[in-house]
Ligand binder design. Structure first.
Ligand code: PLP
Length: 359
């Protein structure tokens, strides 16, 4: 419909927008969805014409493979509006590439770039009035890709659907985030699917995380499955440790197949390096961090991911050891969160070309 779109997208507009009835005063993450969604089906060995249509329920049979074998991957990204009403995505090609890496690992066909990039751009443009403009607010974008063949044999599906929905997101607010270093359960193993945003990875986290919550911890930091010796990542966040003035974070693909390669993580590593903060990307022993905590060198721990951007950790437990973490005056978490958000919201120069205008 516009010059941008190469694939002929079918566009079916909602008859009556839900926007006038939407309550933006108390946004709960991921509960309200905007007017439209993007849908692209793969069957008969090829991608069919994608469609943007009103957000609605799906027409699948109980036998659809996704329900039985979890052949499903997803993504998470955001659209930001600046003070003049211009809309930007943040490094969307990273999400596109990662989604296809995830899809490949789950035996699913690659999504064409045109469908992903132009589809999301057009969807966000159509629903741009759903982007909240308060401090730290954005439109959360959730692509999801599922196996839709109606057949219960445990083999790859011959039909798939790629969909994108969007949801107005408030400023990420949480109180304390105390973490428990997990030394029994695992989320990923070498050669597994930890590096993919595969749906089942998250289901597998729920039970151990609920147990940690009962003990008073909001999140788990996973350790390697072989020895429970190295710190990996948390729920949907990569983790940074500041020891002295150095930042440490665990390696991702190709050095580790267990950890999700976050776009926020990658961006923070770049910002830190370019701002004179030494960064070490390497396996981090639990022992090393606990020793640093005991001798006062552990200055801060923070999570990094699209939903929260940067999330300071307020306490850490490992076996019988526990310590509170107080945010230092020169907090790296605050510093890199502000730098990232200034780029995302078009309040600062973008020397890296990370902002992606939607117009
Ligand atoms: C999505 C995700 C992240 C963060 O990735 P971003 O691209 O920064 O949002 C980190 N870890 C896991 C397990 C994730 O699912």
């Amino acid at each position: 419909m516009t010059a941008d779109i190469k694939t002929p997208f079918i566009i079916e507009k909602i008859k009556e927008s839900k926007l006038p009835k939407a309550d933006f005063s108390n946004l709960v993450f991921g509960q309200m969805f905007s007017d439209h969604m993007l849908v692209a089906d793969f069957f008969d060995g090829k991608w069919q014409t994608p469609k943007i249509m009103p957000y609605q329920a799906l027409p699948y049979e109980p036998s659809a493979k996704v329900f039985h074998y979890g052949q499903a991957v997803f993504e998470g990204m955001k659209a930001y509006k600046d003070s003049k009403g211009n809309v930007f995505l943040f490094r969307p090609e990273e999400n596109f590439n990662r989604m296809n890496n995830s899809a490949e690992r789950l035996g699913m066909p690659a999504i064409p770039k045109d469908i992903f990039m132009n589809g999301i751009k057009e969807l966000v443009k159509m629903d741009k009035d759903w982007i909240p403009t308060g401090n730290g607010e954005s439109l959360y974008i959730r692509p999801v890709y599922i196996a839709t063949e109606n057949a219960v044999a445990a083999s790859p599906s011959n039909a798939y659907r790629f969909m994108v929905m969007t949801s107005p997101a408030g400023k990420y607010y949480v109180g304390d985030v105390k973490v428990k270093v997990e030394d029994k359960y695992s989320r990923a193993c070498d050669g597994g699917v930890g590096y993919a945003k595969a749906a089942g990875n998250y289901a597998a986290q729920f039970y151990p995380t609920e147990k940690a919550k009962e003990e008073g911890f909001q999140q788990i930091i996973w350790t390697d499955s072989a020895e429970h010796k190295y710190l990996e990542e948390a729920g949907t966040m990569n983790i940074f440790f500041r020891i002295g003035d150095k930042l440490l974070t665990a390696p991702t693909i190709p050095d580790s197949t267990r950890i999700l390669p976050g776009v926020t993580r990658k961006s923070i590593i770049k910002l830190a390096q370019d701002n004179g903060v030494p960064v070490e990307v390497r396996p981090i022993e639990v022992k090393e961090v606990i020793e640093a905590a005991k001798n006062g060198e552990l200055k801060e721990i923070f999570g990094a991911g699209t939903a929260a951007t940067v999330l300071p950790i307020t306490g850490i437990k490992y076996k019988d050891f526990y310590t509170d973490l107080k945010k230092p005056a020169d907090s790296y978490a605050d510093r890199f969160k502000n730098m990232l958000m200034d780029i995302q919201y078009n309040r600062a120069e973008d020397p890296y070309g990370w902002r992606y205008p939607v117009q």
